[in-house]
Design a protein around this ligand. Structure first.
Ligand code: KIV
Ligand code: NA
Length: 268
């Protein structure tokens, strides 16, 4: 079954948790889709996690589209979300062009950061499913600091989340906020919330795929390591390298041979 926005909202209304992971390539997309993830997300975390950039703000629309197209080829059932990169939604018209481009290249919906009711309402009225993103937002903050720890800043974020919903946001991502605030926002909104470092009570969770697979060396409090793929990959690369160097690979079983008479002509 193809998971659309109605399904994601149905999950919230029925107290079922939503599952989401970032994804930047075709083989990972196939596996995540097969595993039954609700949302597969080409985030601008692409820059730091996949492309080796220093910061998310270096990610271009072309970068996102290149990876979105690969992921699209692997996703059959999950909802496919794409991030709007830095400076691609400066005003509502620019935002609509960006969003249309992402939808044209396979996104079911788009996500953007910050209190941008102007942009969200314009995309909404043009039929685009748009996700908000509040709390720590990498395009707008340059350090990963927990947001909304004081009453005033928490109230500001709660009001902001309500304003984004009113403007037409279909979903909202909450990043690095105290659990108490994640719970209050989730209870006050009718649209689903997806948390990353936002506690246990958001409607769903998202993690960066390299973090949860243990490909990256980071040990992040908000994340959990579901496998030491980094160690497994490193061992595989070392074994391969050693075996090629000492002649253990390839073996007779890995090779193809010519027919005897063809070989004899070649050798004579
Ligand atoms: O780009 C990204 O991975 C994100 C998530 C952290 C929500 O925006
Ligand atoms: Na992002």
């Amino acid at each position: 079954m193809k998971k659309n926005m109605d399904y994601l909202h149905w999950k919230k209304r029925n107290d079922k948790k939503l599952t989401m992971l970032t994804c930047y390539d075709y083989p990972t997309a196939i596996l995540q889709d097969k595993a039954g993830l609700d949302v597969i997300f080409v985030g601008d975390s692409l820059g730091t996690n996949e492309l080796g950039y220093e910061h998310e703000i270096s990610v271009t629309l072309d970068d996102i589209i290149h990876h979105l197209k690969a992921v699209r080829r692997g996703v059959k059932e999950a909802y496919l979300l794409a991030d709007m990169p830095y400076k691609t939604y400066e005003d509502p018209e620019m935002a609509l062009l960006t969003a249309k481009e992402l939808v044209l290249n396979g996104a079911d919906g788009v996500k953007l950061e910050g209190m941008r009711e102007d942009v969200i309402s314009h995309l909404y009225s043009n039929g685009i499913e748009v996700w908000g993103h509040l709390g720590y937002t990498p395009q707008l903050h340059n350090k990963a600091v927990v947001q909304g720890k004081t009453f005033d800043s928490a109230k500001f974020l709660l009001n902001g989340a309500i304003a984004l919903q009113t403007a037409g946001a279909s979903m909202i991502v909450l990043e690095l906020i105290p659990e108490e605030l994640g719970k209050v926002i989730t209870e006050k909104l009718s649209i689903p919330t997806i948390g990353i470092g936002a506690g246990r009570f958001t409607d769903g969770q998202v993690l960066i795929v390299q973090d949860m697979l243990g490909i990256t060396p980071f040990d992040l409090r908000h994340s959990k390591n579901y496998g030491n793929l980094g160690q497994i990959m490193l061992k595989a690369f070392q074994s391969y390298s050693n075996e090629v160097e000492n002649g253990e690979f390839p073996q007779i079983g890995n090779v193809r041979n010519m027919k005897d008479e063809e070989r004899d002509k070649l050798l004579n």
